[in-house]
Design a protein around this ligand. Sequence first.
Ligand code: BES
Ligand code: ZN
Length: 625
Amino acid sequence: MKLLAISLLTMAAVSGTAAATVDPHSYAETDKFLVHHVDLDLRADFAAHRLEGTAELTVEQIDPKAEELNLDTRGLEISTVHLIEASGHAKVLAFKLAAPDPILGSKLTIQFPHCCAAMQQMHIRIAYRTAADASALQWLDPAQTFGPHPYLYSQGQAIHTRSWIPIQDSPGIRLTYSARIRTPPELVAVMSAARVEDPKAAPGEYRFEMKQPIPAYLIALAVGDLKFRSLGDRVGVWTETSRLDAAARELVDLPRMLEAGERMSGPYRWDRYDVLIMPRSFPYGGMENPRLTFASPSIIAGDRSLVSVIVHELSHSWSGNLVTSATWNDFWLNEGFTTYLERRLVENLYGERLARMEDAITFTDLVQAIEDAKAAGHPEDTQLKFNLAGRDPNESSSDVSYEKARWFLGFLEVRFGRPAFDAFLREYFDAHAFQSIDTEGFRAWLLSHLGRPGAPKISVAEIDEWLYGQGLPSTMPAVPQGVFDAVDRVAADWRAGKIATADLPVKDWVPQEWVRFLEKQPADLEDAKLADLRSGLHLGADGNAEIALSWLALVIRAAYEPAYPDLERFLLETGRWHLVVTLYTDLARTESGLELGRRIYAKAKPGYHASIRDEVERRLFPAGA
Ligand code: BES
Ligand code: ZN
C-alpha cells in the first residue's frame, strides 16, 4: 500500500505539471482546454471606474470531444463571444454566465457548435467590461495618491484576476500575454510585462508583451502619473513624480540584490527587474509581479532599513514566479521558499546579525499565528499543506506559510549541509522552471533526492510531520535569540527603573532592535512610561512603519488611550495588509479594542483595497458576533 502511494507520487512529480492537480479555486477544466495566451485590448475609464474592451484567448483543445470551455470570471459584464477563424472571420459563440459563487465568482461557459469543437488551436474573443467594484482593481482619487492625478492598479493574487480578465485563473495554469492599454493622455500605464515601443501610438496608448508563461495571478497593471529612473543595466524604479528621488535613494542596492539572487538561485530569467512604488493604500508590502514588483511606500524608510521586502519580492522571481505552487493549498511553496531565500540574501547583503534579528522577530510572530489559528478553531491552518476547498484562499494566509516553511527549509539545510542544500535548491529551480508544482510533487522530488548516494538521512515521517502536521514539529531547529540579548537587558533595566528613558541607547539601535524593545513591553506597563516613550522617543504614527507598528501594538495591548489618535491616523493612512490586519487583529482581542477598531474602520474602510476589507471584516465582525 505504502509502496503504491510513493510510486503514484513519483509519477505526479515526473509529469512535472500540475495538470493532474485539482484546484478548488478555479472552474478551469485542464483536461478539456488550456488557455496558452491572452491578448488584452482595454481602455481605462476613470469616470466610470471600469476597464472595457476585449480579451482574445488562444485556446488549445485537449479533449477532442469537449464542447464547452469553462472560464473564471467575477462581476464581468460580457457582451459578446466570438470564435476568430483563420480567415479572420468572427463567428458568434453562445455563452452562459452562472450565478456567482461568493468565493469563486461566476463560471463562464462558452459553447462550441459541432463544427468547431475539432479545431486544436482556437482564438476566442470576449468583449466585456469590469464591475465598478472589481475585486482586483482599486481606482484612487487624487487625494489618495502622492500627486494631483488619479490612479488605478490591479492586485491579482490570490483569485482576483478573474475580476478583470475572463481566464483560467489557477496558479497551476501558465500563459503568455500581450496588451494594448488606453488611458487618459496625461497618465502612464505599466504592466508585469515588457513595454513594446510603438512610434505610431497615440498619447495614452501603451503596448506590452510577456513572453514567459506565467500564472494568471501575476498579470498586473498600474496607471498613474508615473516616472521611471534607471538604477542599473537591468533595474530601475517607477513611481509618482513627487516620490521619485526618495524611491531611487532607497533602492540603490537593486543591482547588488539581483546579482546576489542569481548567485543563490541561478540565472534571472525575466530580463528586467523594476520596482513600482505604489500609493499608500496598496495592500501589500510588496507583490512579486514579474519584471515589476509592486511595493508599498511604507518600505521607503529613508535609511534603507526595510528593503528586505524588496529582497523578498525579488526572490519570488525564482520561488513563485519561475516555480509556482500549483494551487493555493500549496501556498507555502511560494512563500516559504521565498522567505528562506530572503533571509539568505539579507545575510549575504546586510550581514548575519540582521538576518538573525529578522528570524527572531518573525519567530515570535509565528508562535502567535499558531495560537491564533488554534483559537479561531482552525488548527489545520497551521499545516504547511492546506485544505482550502470552500474557503477564501486569503483567509488562511499567515506566518505559517512564510516562517514555519522557512524553518522547514532551515531544517533541510542543517541536514544536507549548506553547500549541498544550495545545490539542491538550484537544481529544484532548474528542473521545474516555468512549471507549477504541488506539495506532493515537491515531497516526491525531495524523496528521490534523498535516495541518491551521499544524501543525508531524513525520514518520510520527519518530512510529513512538517508538511501535514500541526503547530511546530519535533524537528524544529532552535531559533537563535541571542542577537537581542543586549536590547532585552536594556528593556528589563528600563522597566525596573534602572535606566531613564532619556538614557536608552536608541541612537545605536537598528529598527529591528526598536521593534524587539517594544514587543517585549508587557500589557501592564505604567502610563507614565508609555507617555515617556511617546514624547521622549517621538513614537507615533509616522517614521519607520515597523517601529510604528510595534509601538501601536503596545498602545493597544496596554489600552493607552492618549495614543489612540495616532493609531487612528496610522490606520487611515496606510492600507498595507501586514500593518492594518495586525493592528485590527490585536484590537479584536478585547471588547473595548473591538469597539475602537469598529469605529476607526468605519472611517478607514473607503480607503482600503477590497481584499483588505474582507480580511479586516473577518476579524471585526466574526460570524455570529
Ligand atoms: N505574494 C505576497 C503577497 C500576497 C500574499 C498577496 C497572499 C496576496 C495573497 C508577497 O510576496 C508578500 O509576501 N508580501 C509581504 C512582504 C514580505 C516581506 C513578507 C507583505 O506584503 O508584507
Ligand atoms: Zn511573498
